[in-house]
Ligand binder design. Structure first.
Ligand code: GDP
Ligand code: MG
Length: 710
């Protein structure tokens, strides 16, 4: 068996080599170059072991002969194990080389040498955790005292005999670079000979780094033209949106990986990377300050989102109203086609479009936090808390995005490698109250709660969503997806100034998902809701409204009243009205067995944005949004058959809780199907969340009544 010794200069490689081989050494040359090759032999247990002392290097680029020699030996001679000698008193810098062996996928043992110096410096390394995070066994050694040398051999033998249980890992370079790597890999795998020798991911990364040796190799391939073209395209794209060369971004990815792993498993690191990033991190990732700072940042993000979007929303609203009037004027008054286009499509899709500013600005702010590197810190801080509910820090960003729209939030779970973690994160995501649910709260809080406590009521709903998500995640982890969360490094890449272009692209990527939903599913949904609430087109009325209105000429008040009565009766007799009445009894134990709100809830399955508009239509108050006083009054005056009031604050609260928790919208269900690649989870999500919604609303309503609140 052959073992290669690698490591930074002065890490103690030669000392380890001597400790292993004693006098049995000889010196030769690596083929074709003048670099000295030291080899030695030893016998250990039943193995005849050849040890090769590779040149000391900091990295494995093509920039120096030593590095090329070291990596070619590892790739071409395929030693049975590579022992990377790491100066553990200079840990982060030394691990940089190790990350590159991880990328090469070689069987790797990490010798944490100079561990005597490290412990004198007060470094405490959690060996088990760090080796899990780095995906390679770690042995503490003091080469000068021959401590840990046999253990090194044992671990190397474990690798050869495949007894090691540690799962291999490799640093991730961030979403953008990973996407480009995948594109290049797709071309590389066509050349079977090439990828037999080199891992395709490694080749792709090296091409992006502009590695001259690898480019030379690729030029020999049949597919070199396509590959080189894609590499050039990817390089230009990355440079453009990230504002730096791929080589620098990839290096950042490795440092981020190391920094994240060490922050988790090493105490009191005397970091070598005394960069600005580290200085900022002493404050932002601080044990005590980290969380409050993060909460402050989030507060600012939401403040910014709502303040900056308010005028834009108003303009859009006004614009849609104007468009409705204009187009409505061109169509025959009172016709089905006018009603469909103006009320159904422009009204419905318009109410969705009025959220575009909120959602885009929230995603813009999130992009700024992600691209600058702060989001990685936030996820790092939350990692410990997330572990308590059986999830991972990586689940955290998707949860935050959920406050905008659950669609891109669920798509953002792609960064979670572990399937169990990912599905749990997806399943609880819809409990994060998305922007589309807000108008329902605004409407009901405005109608049934005093202004003084309005903010607190709203906050309590968001909080309830988070609490339910936490409880459900814990339950899923306990019963449905057992087993501990897989260890992953939470990368801490260096901070960088985001580029405008990068921010806009990232905002657009997520926002476009929402726009697409408005253009497809919601469009179709609005037509459906319109149809259900307008047909039969000319029902059998209880009075002859047309004649009555004609007779009332001149009495505007009476005409309005008659018009409203007619609209109401039409709705009551429509398919939607019948549907609402059929389902409403289900909500009797929750206090809101009102057929109109039931129709609204059914519409909310298509998109939560539809609920308020539907209520407006059903209460025949004409154009209605969540701020309209007429709709609020109509709700306040709504009575039950026995003459008592339908709503009071308790009923309204139970209703809002139901809206918060019940079935995710159709688009979310579709995304869950796509992302989990099965029908099982979307169907499960639809049923379990509705059940949870019913139970929680029931407990709140009945509990409230028991306490005499309503
Ligand atoms: P190389 O450049 O990687 O081959 O490093 P060397 O083996 O030449 O070692 C560099 C220096 O570190 C020498 O002075 C060694 O005696 C010393 N050294 C190596 N291993 C250890 C160790 O585990 N603890 C301490 N305290 N010193 C070490
Ligand atoms: Mg040496």
């Amino acid at each position: 068996m052959t073992i290669a010794l690698a490591g930074n200069p002065n890490s103690g490689k030669t000392t380890v080599f001597n400790a292993l081989t004693g006098m049995h050494q000889h010196v030769g040359n690596y083929p074709g170059v003048t670099v000295e090759k030291k080899e030695g032999e030893l016998k250990y247990k039943d193995y005849e072991i050849t040890v090769v002392d590779l040149p000391g290097t900091y990295s494995l680029t093509a920039h120096s002969i030593d590095e090329v020699v070291a990596r070619n030996f590892v790739i071409e001679e395929k030693p049975d194990a590579v022992i990377d000698i790491i100066d553990s008193s200079n840990l982060e810098r030394n691990l940089y080389l190790a990350t590159q062996f991880m990328e090469l996928g070689v069987p790797l043992v990490l010798a944490f040498n100079m561990s005597d110096i490290a412990s004198k410096q007060g470094l405490e390394i959690d060996k088990v955790k760090l080796s899990e995070l780095l995906g390679a066994p770690i042995v503490f050694t003091v080469a000068t005292k021959k401590i840990g040398i046999n253990e090194l051999l044992d671990e190397a033998i474990n690798l050869v005999e495949k007894k090691t249980t540690i799962r291999r890992t490799t640093p991730s370079y961030g979403k953008e670079v990973e996407e480009e790597i995948r594109k290049i890999e797709d071309l590389l795998v066509k050349d079977k000979d090439l990828i037999q020798k080199y891992p395709s991911r490694w080749l792709a990364a090296k091409l992006l780094e502009g590695d001259s040796e690898v480019i030379k190799k690729i030029k020999e391939s049949k597919y070199s033209d396509e590959i080189i073209k894609q590499v050039e395209k990817s390089t230009a794209h990355l440079t453009n949106i990230l504002g730096d060369t791929p080589e620098a971004i990839i290096a950042d990815g490795r440092y981020g990986f190391i920094s994240g792993a060490c922050s988790e498993a090493v105490k009191r690191t005397y970091e070598v990377r005394h960069t600005t990033s580290d200085k900022i991190d002493t404050v932002l990732v601080n044990r005590i300050l980290g969380l409050p700072i993060f909460l402050g940042v989030m507060w600012l993000v939401f403040k910014f989102t709502f303040a900056a979007s308010a005028p834009l929303c108003d303009w859009l609203d006004a614009g849609m109203g104007w468009l409705g009037d204009k187009i409505g004027g061109l169509l025959p008054e009172g016709s089905a086609i006018q009603s469909l286009i103006v009320d159904g499509i422009i009204g419905g899709v318009g109410s969705v479009l009025s959220f575009v500013p909120i959602i885009f600005l929230l995603f813009l702010a999130m992009a700024a936090l992600e691209d600058s590197g702060y989001m990685a810190r936030a996820a790092f801080i939350m990692d410990k808390l997330m572990h308590k509910i059986g999830l991972h820090g990586r689940s955290f960003i998707p949860m935050l995005l959920g406050f905008g729209c659950n669609l891109p939030a669920i798509m953002a779970t792609r960064t979670i490698e572990d399937r169990k973690d990912r599905i749990v994160t997806i399943l609880v995501n819809p409990f994060m109250s998305c922007g589309a649910r807000l108008p329902v709260y605004t409407l009901f809080i405005g109608a049934f709660f005093p202004k003084k406590i309005a903010g607190n009521v709203l906050f309590s709903l968001y909080l309830l969503g988070i609490v339910v998500a936490i409880i459900m995640a814990k339950i899923f982890r306990r019963f449905l997806f057992k087993g501990p969360a897989a260890p992953f490094v939470m990368e801490l890449p260096p901070y960088r100034v985001p580029t405008i272009k990068g921010l806009l692209i990232h905002m657009w990527e997520r926002g476009a998902v929402y726009l697409k939903k408005a253009g497809t599913i919601i469009f179709a949904g609005c037509v459906l809701v319109w149809f259900l609430s307008n047909f039969p087109w000319n029902p059998q009325y209880s009075k002859d409204y047309d004649t009555l209105i004609e007779q009332a000429q001149g009495n505007e008040e009476l005409i309005t009243q008659l018009n409203n009565q007619q609209t109401f009766e039409k709705l009551e007799k429509s398919y939607a009205g019948k549907l609402g009445r059929a389902i409403a009894p289900v909500f009797r134990p929750l206090g809101f067995d009102d057929w109109k709100v039931t129709v609204g809830l059914v519409g909310g399955f298509i998109a939560k944005e539809i609920v308020v508009g539907t209520l407006g239509t059903l209460h025949s108050v004409g154009e209605a949004d969540e701020e309209s006083e007429s709709l609020r009054q109509a709700l306040q005056n709504e009575i039950r058959p026995d003459g008592s009031k339908m709503y009071n604050p308790l009923v309204a609260y139970a209703l809002m809780v139901f809206v918060l928790l019940y079935i995710p919208c159709v688009a979310t269900i579709a995304v869950i199907k796509r992302e989990t690649n099965s029908w099982r989870w979307p169907i499960f999500a639809a049923f379990y969340s509705t059940l949870i919604a019913w139970i929680v609303s029931f407990v709140i309503y009945q509990g409230g009544r028991f306490l005499g609140l309503g």
